[in-house]
Design a protein around this ligand. Sequence first.
Ligand code: NAD
Ligand code: DAU
Length: 341
Amino acid sequence: MAIFVTGGAGFIGSEFVRQWVRRYPSQLIINFDKLTYAGNLENLSPVENHPAYRMVRGDVAEPEDVRAALPEDCDAIVHFAAESHVDRSILSAAEFVRTNVLGTQVLLDAAREKRVRRFLYISTDEVGGSIPPGQYFREDSPLAPSSPYAASKAAAEHLVRAAAHTFGLDAVITRTSNNYGPYQFPEKLIPLAIANIRRGKPVPVYGDGLQVRDWIHVSDNCRALMLVLEHGKPGATYHIGGGHELPNLELLRLLLKIMDAPGSLLTHVKDRLGHDRRYAVDWSRIRNELGWTPEIALEEGLRSTVAWYDSHSDWVERATSGEYRTYYERVYGMQYAQRQN
Ligand code: NAD
Ligand code: DAU
């Protein structure tokens, strides 16, 4: 058995790779990653010398890179690679279209050509757009993305479904809510807030801070992704939720309490353009069909996440200074800017 993971040096992808190697130590896992600013090979240091793990540097939007790295008759592609930060997509959307849309089509073409047995596309709850209070986004609800990031993820979903319908590709899609946990790049709300609170710096709260998100620990998410990969129905979409829906201000107050820091650090700033008010997925399908439920309660997960960042201040330092980008050179003996193949 061999699986091909894209974006495995990022936050969720690296948790998936670490879990997979622990669980299936004799199965080949290839991590195909461009190592953009969000790709950090330090996230994979626990597995980098494992005999079943291979790292290949490449770009999902470059057919030649993908063709050279993807083995024939691979069991699955697990496609995480994406530009993932909403604020960056508002500043400039082109790279989101290139990686998230074109890159997904390149992988779908390669999957057919190399007879990949299953394609798991990692989508997001954001493709449903803002959900009114009291309602839930279901797997069969219409897509209504609002940000350039969400629109690019929705476009890729359509391409995945089209490949399944037209060519009979065995494809499954997951849509998860907001992940948090160790190794998350400190541009996203929780790691950014933890870093700022520890330095006594203001924590930026966009607009009124009453936007609602549902939070899930990354290890619960990756457990769900493995279940869907192994037991999900061909062609199906599965929502994965944390069961912890709350406004950003409430989340940040909980974090301040855990970190024993003053409320005065919360600083309201200009709102994100087009900011979605609420995401909320109905994840009863994965619970009923595959028996999955999240195991990590929010406060417990936040406490362990804060403890992880506290004990990895060197990781945070290197992630924020950009020093992590020399890791490739140190470990693989090549320049970061150079392709591996
Ligand atoms: P991330 O930004 O931490 O990591 C993205 C990874 O993709 C990085 O390793 C980066 O180097 C790689 N990458 C980017 N462009 C590439 C390209 N052209 N070719 C090859 N590799 C490339 O992202 P994340 O937060 O781990 O999210 C992973 C996936 O999960 C994304 O598809 C995202 O849309 C989805 N998702 C994320 C969340 C969340 O809360 N973070 C929730 C739901 C879905
Ligand atoms: O919902 C799933 C999505 O969650 C994923 O698809 C995305 O890849 C991931 O980035 C995340 O998107 P969000 O925009 O929800 O995450 P972010 O951490 O950027 O912001 C969370 C909320 O906090 C959002 O309402 C914006 C707000 N925010 C964010 C930052 C960075 C602030 O108030 N202040 C901040 O400094």
